[in-house]
Design a protein around this ligand. Structure first.
Ligand SMILES: [Zn+2]
Length: 140
């Protein structure tokens, strides 16, 4: 699975900001905020655990690179780095199977906070000891 014909990230080379041997970085389109970037392995990989050690090294090298560029350009005072593995979603503009990591500029109370993370702290609950034991057993 080196190249998939209908995969937008297998054919996204025209927007590349920087690349190394196994990965490249480009501006996300669509994006959440200006400077929202994606770091993508060159090989079409759909599950994070299918990445080779070399691909992981190159992906995280570019995540460090673009995060520092975002901060230096003052597009954000911080950066969220995330990878969403959601095979249950329909393939489409907002769900590309080719694995990618987001680097999203963030500031205190920014637009993302205002529209989607304002109540995030309410999602946190103290970890119940029984849950810790049972779920811990499942994940050990
Ligand atoms: Zn692909």
């Amino acid at each position: 699975m080196a190249h998939i014909a209908d995969c937008p990230f297998c054919d996204a080379r025209d927007r590349v900001l920087r690349e190394n041997e196994h990965a490249f970085v480009l501006l996300s389109n669509p994006r959440k905020v200006p400077g929202h970037a994606l770091v993508i392995p060159k090989r079409h990989v759909e599950e994070p655990w299918q990445l080779t050690a070399e691909e992981r090294r190159d992906i995280f090298e570019l995540l460090d690179y673009i995060s520092q560029k975002i901060l230096a350009a003052k597009l954000g005072e911080g950066v969220d780095v995330r990878q969403n593995y959601r095979p249950f979603l329909q393939k489409g503009k907002l769900s590309v199977r080719h694995i990618h990591y987001h680097a999203v500029p963030r500031t205190q109370d920014d637009y993302i906070y205002q529209v989607s993370e304002k109540y995030d702290t309410e999602l946190f609950a103290d970890l119940d000891p029984l849950e810790a034991k049972e779920v811990g057993k499942l994940l050990k």
